[in-house]
Design a protein around this ligand. Structure first.
Ligand code: G3P
Ligand code: CA
Length: 246
């Protein structure tokens, strides 16, 4: 079995502004194996890394990402919540993150925020992002995920070599069979529904289990003991210390 991966959730977002280059660089310093990011599309068709549909919560600006061009988005400061530690923080493009992943030989989980309430708004974002991953020759180091499982099925059909994961909050009946029927490579469950037998059943069918968002040391230990493939956490340093102490 491969070594447990530690992925910084939105970077090392417990210590630095989420989904910024600052948070990704810190995750690298904290020995993360990579990070989880969220992507959206701009008015001018650029793929940017940001969690929400709007820039209101994380920046000093306002507005929908889809109503702003990349140049407009870049004018704002994305250091919300960390103004003391970080005077500035820039919204990254997916290309900037892929460059960083390539340089440091990391692993990347790209969550597409194409949930059902956004149907129509993000048509083609899954495949467009996958094409970029292919251009950077990072197919083996990237996994896509979404709560919109149809989007992951569609992505796999368009780009069979791209890895996909199905995000879910609640326990799935025969989740590994469900994942296989969607041609997915992984299930991405909320940590609280993960247990050892679920992980074992998934592994028997060749399905990975990547748990989120695991922020307490005690829960990290539970996930490690359950045998998950990756821990997605705001605190990569804590997960790293625990993994290395095992
Ligand atoms: O990828 C798991 C996790 O990131 C999903 O929730 O809201 O943090 O994007 P959220
Ligand atoms: Ca996410």
């Amino acid at each position: 079995m491969e070594k447990l991966k530690i992925l910084g959730h939105r970077g090392a977002s417990g210590y630095a502004p989420e989904n910024t280059m600052e948070a990704f660089r810190l995750a690298i310093q904290q020995h993360a194996d990579g990070f989880e990011i969220d992507i959206h599309i701009t008015k001018d068709g650029e793929i940017v890394v940001i969690h929400d549909d709007t820039i209101d919560r994380t920046s000093n600006g306002t507005g929908n990402v889809t109503d702003l061009t990349l140049a407009e988005l870049k004018q704002f400061n994305y250091n919300a919540g960390f103004e003391q530690e970080y005077a500035t923080a820039e919204i990254p493009t997916l290309s900037q993150v892929l460059e960083l992943v390539k340089t440091h030989n990391l692993y990347l989980n790209i969550e597409i925020k194409d949930i059902m309430t956004n149907v129509g708004k993000y048509d083609g974002l899954n495949v467009a992002a996958a094409k970029l991953v292919q251009e950077y020759e990072l197919v083996d180091q990237v996994i896509f995920s979404s709560f919109n499982h149809s989007s992951m099925v569609e992505l796999k059909q368009a780009c069979p070599e791209i890895s996909t994961g199905l995000l879910h909050f609640s326990k799935l009946y025969q989740g590994e069979e469900y994942a296989k029927s969607a041609n997915a490579d992984a299930l991405h469950p909320l940590f609280s529904i993960v247990d050892k037998s679920t992980v074992e059943q998934a592994h028997q069918q060749g399905i990975q289990i990547n748990a989120w968002t695991v922020n307490q040391a005690a829960v990290m230990e539970e996930m490690i003991d359950a045998g998950v493939d990756a821990i997605i956490t705001d605190f990569p340093d804590v997960a790293y210390r625990l993994r290395e102490s095992k």
